[in-house]
Ligand binder design. Structure first.
Ligand code: ADP
Length: 453
């Protein structure tokens, strides 16, 4: 089994001069690692207890802009500090960077030392705790897709995002020969992640030119979100080290399929998957059926957490393996929810709605909240859809960020499960994206109307 690092192990590596730098990070609203690089000796001396960051870092956008309208901080409140408290259970080596380790932090209020409600790790922790009160553990896996390019990030940027060439010239779905040509990037990704304690299962070519998928073994929800975040960061840095750009945009080109991050989920008790019931024709327990009924019933409410940008909604198009409808089906990749491992002890539900641009803590927290609501209300699961789920117009996924923002803002379910502070904060985040987009004249508008309008 791959293994992370403990505090004593870090002390020994620092003593042996194998580690001299510790990245002390938290996860931001966009699911990125944000933080500081500490000299390892200073980390061991004191920073392992806590450090600080400006509180605008959890009230921002992809550009890390200073933005109006977030209740958590403002010019009026003077943009004070948050405390970053290392969670030493997340300590691990960063094997692709010389002499470097990393730890994830919880974000605490600077004065009271309470966890900051809107912090993504805190949001997931709360739903995991609610589930634990019911006596269950959530086991989850995220299947992360992304595109690899021939050019570097810097060259792509210099070309104004016009010269972008996928690393393969043909659809590399499950292709061994084509992916052999990418092993200078993908092999270090698998090995470095494994050596950092991330239980990598596999990588494979996906259904497009230059598209890849990374699978990590299912684990407790919090670990899965931490693995996902670290792995996404690793992919960017390792590709960059090899001179290649990579994107986790949900849809980087209108002529190509998008990238998803499907979330597999099952509930466990005493080391057993309690979604399984051998007496049911599909092997689904009553608990699983209510959990899934909750997932489906509230999916529109929490779509924002699975698709947080304007671009995310371009991915939901027919015939691309991305779903368009909130329905479930048995082992059917056209539906929003797919039953996997039917009739076996590995029975689980795969939510296919999240894009590769999701923040896993937020998406998984929202799914757990929906599943819990389904269990508590003993919701009835409708019958599965059979055949091509793209045919039909019921249960459509919200078709734009504005529609998902409205559903989030108006969700009494999410307000009860996550709290008003969280819902209002992320509603503002959705508005910020919409305002930023509306303020731009796009290339498409110019090309369409410049001469002909
Ligand atoms: P697919 O057909 O979607 O590629 P895989 O067999 O590759 O499915 O499994 C996808 C993911 O599901 C893997 O990351 C695996 O670890 C995870 N998985 C397997 N069993 C469970 C389970 N009981 N609960 C949650 N995730 C699981």
């Amino acid at each position: 089994m791959s293994k992370a690092l403990d505090f004593k192990g870090l002390e020994s590596l620092v003593e042996a001069r194998e580690i001299d730098t510790v990245l002390v990070c938290f996860v931001d609203m966009q699911g990125r690692l944000i933080g500081k690089r500490f000299h390892a000796r200073h980390f061991l001396h004191s920073a392992w207890k806590e450090t600080h960051c400006c509180n605008h870092l959890l009230a921002t956008d992809l550009e890390t802009s200073i933005l109006e309208g977030y209740a958590s901080t403002s010019w009026q409140s003077g943009y004070g500090d948050y405390t970053m408290k290392p969670d030493l259970a997340t300590l691990r080596r960063v094997p692709w960077l010389e002499g470097t380790a990393m730890v994830l932090c919880d974000v605490l209020d600077h004065h009271g030392h309470e966890e900051v409600t809107i912090s993504p790790r805190a949001i997931l922790k709360r739903q995991v705790a609610r589930l634990a009160e019911l006596g269950f553990d959530a086991m989850m896996a995220t299947e992360l897709e992304f595109f690899l390019f021939k050019e570097s990030f810097e060259d792509i940027d210099r070309s104004g995002f016009r010269e972008i060439t996928p690393i393969s010239s043909y659809n590399e779905d499950s292709h061994i020969f084509q992916t052999t040509k990418e092993e200078h990037i993908m092999r270090p990704i698998r090995n470095h992640l494994w050596n950092a304690g991330i239980p990598v299962e596999s990588t494979k070519g996906e259904a497009e030119t230059g598209q890849e998928e990374l699978n990590i073994r299912y684990a407790l929800a919090m670990d899965t979100a931490d693995f996902h975040t670290f792995a996404k960061h690793a992919v960017k840095e390792i590709a960059w080290q090899q001179g290649h750009g990579v994107t986790f945009l949900a849809k980087w080109h209108q002529g190509k399929v998008g990238s998803s991050s499907h979330v597999h989920q099952s509930l466990w008790q005493k080391g057993k998957n309690i979604f399984f019931d051998s007496t049911d024709s599909l092997g689904m327990s009553e608990l699983m059926k209510s959990y899934m009924a909750g997932l489906l019933h509230y999916a529109a409410d929490y779509t924002y957490f699975m698709a947080p940008y304007i671009n995310s909604y371009k991915r939901f198009s027919k015939g691309t393996f991305a779903p368009t409808r909130i329905i479930w089906s048995v082992d059917n990749r056209t539906a929003g929810f797919r039953l996997c491992g039917a009739g076996t002890k590995t029975v689980r539900v795969e939510c296919r709605i999240p894009g590769s641009d999701m923040n896993p803590y937020l998406a998984m927290a929202a799914m757990l909240a929906a599943g819990i609501a389904g269990i508590e209300a003993k919701l009835q699961l409708p019958p599965p859809t059979v055949g091509d789920a793209y045919q039909g117009d019921t249960g459509m996924i919200p078709n734009s960020l504005a529609a998902a923002r409205d559903a989030l803002r108006d969700s009494s379910f999410l307000r009860a499960a996550m709290g008003d502070e969280v819902v209002d904060h992320y509603t503002r985040a959705a508005e910020v994206e919409i305002e930023a987009f509306d303020a731009v004249v796009t290339d498409w508008e110019i090309a369409r109307g410049f001469e002909r309008a």
